[in-house]
Ligand binder design. Structure first.
Ligand code: OSB
Ligand code: MG
Length: 369
């Protein structure tokens, strides 16, 4: 395929409720949407999962657009006849910027699969039609409102609850939720909010039968996670620290993580995700699919990925309604705590072009030279 043009737009979707984590509070989801048009007329869509500020990862929306325009797109245009499998290799000289690279690779993959009539799921190696849904629950203003929010998700059918924690909001919310729902699969996510000095505190979480503790320490503190993992009985699961196949391999070798959260944007795309998945299957490491408050475009691809055989834990693959009143694609609706993997070609969901127009704040068309 030869790229004809790339359209980058910025959209913003209001969230149904504020989403608070240890690194900040989000009230809406600003993100870049990528549309790649090929010379043969086929179009590929993807979203870039970076957020508007570099609080979760070093990438942010405006920075992603800049690196795409300045370096990544000129490289892809010069490549000529391109397939998704070529993208990571040709972009390798440009360091980092996994989320920007992932978005471009995903858009090219969507176009390629649409041309070939293959779904993301079949291409990646899906082994089931339905995937279990988990939900990520933000830090709440009070224990009462947390209980209310979690009850609502459990009534909707979510099969796993993940509580965001930070110093001062950890043991109490976990003990209350565990006390009210003694058997619900439960895990916590600290987004790097603790230090090596918090080992004794984190050890207290062992009393609550948690599936895992996600990213308690700084993303660069792999050894700290290994030391912590040796002292607590709850499994440690890295998120922010896993930015590539190599970082996953090394964290596993150091026993800094015994479960892995794969987020395609964070690791540079679905093809890199597949490599990490295969590595984990080989080492008997449970895998689950993370989320970045994706719209239906990114969610569709994530749901396809989450249907691979190594994804043995429910992911942050929630229904569209978890974050948005109205999605920009056919919405993902939960049936008995599960989502259906799309079967259509490419990402396999219908795009709501009219709604996208309404929420677009900026757009740029970049013709391939
Ligand atoms: O750490 O998993 C995280 C959202 C934004 C940034 C980081 C994280 C999250 C979530 C939400 O926990 C996951 C979702 O999309 O449901
Ligand atoms: Mg996380």
């Amino acid at each position: 395929m030869k790229i004809k043009s790339v359209e980058i737009r910025t959209i913003a979707l209001p969230l149904v409720r504020p989403f608070r984590t240890s690194f900040g509070t989000q009230n809406d989801r600003e993100l870049l949407l990528i549309k790649i048009t090929m010379h043969d007329g086929v179009e590929g869509w993807a979203e870039c999962v970076a957020m508007s500020e570099p609080l979760y990862s070093p990438e942010f929306t405006a920075g992603c657009q800049d690196v795409m325009e300045r370096f990544l797109l000129p490289n892809l245009f010069a490549y000529g006849d391109i397939r998704a499998e070529d993208v990571a290799g040709t972009l390798r000289p440009f360091l980092g910027h996994q989320m920007a690279k992932a978005a471009l690779e995903s858009a090219i993959l969507d176009a390629q699969l649409k041309l070939e009539g293959i779904s993301f799921g079949s291409y990646l190696g899906s082994s089931r039609d339905l995937i279990d849904c988990g939900v990520s629950v933000g830090i709440a203003p009070s224990i009462e409102s947390l209980v209310e929010e979690v009850s609502d998700y459990i009534n909707q059918g979510y099969r796993r609850i993940k509580l965001k924690i930070e110093p001062g909001w950890d043991i109490e919310p976990v003990s209350v939720i565990r006390g009210m729902w003694p058997t619900i699969p439960l895990q916590v996510d600290a987004n790097q909010a603790y230090t090596r000095n918090d080992t004794e505190l984190l050890k207290k979480l062992d009393a609550y039968d948690l599936l895992l503790i996600e990213q308690p320490l700084d993303e660069h503190d792999i050894v700290g996670h290994a030391l912590l993992a040796a002292k607590v009985s709850t499994p440690i699961c890295l998120d922010e620290s896993i930015t590539s196949y190599e970082s996953a391999r090394d964290a596993l070798a150091l026993k800094a993580t015994t479960v892995i959260n794969i987020k395609p944007g964070r690791v540079g795309g679905y093809l890199e995700s597949l490599k990490i998945h295969d590595l984990c299957v080989e080492h008997n490491i449970p895998v689950w699919c993370g989320g970045m408050l994706e719209t239906g475009i990114g969610r569709a691809a994530n749901v396809a990925l989450a249907s691979l055989p190594g994804f043995t834990l429910p992911g942050d693959t929630s229904a569209s309604s978890r974050f948005f009143k109205r999605d920009i694609t056919t919405p993902f609706i939960m049936e008995d705590g599960q989502l259906r993997v799309p079967h259509g070609p490419g990402i396999g969901v219908e795009i709501d072009h009219e709604f996208i127009e309404e929420i677009t704040s900026a757009r740029k068309l970049i013709p391939a030279k």
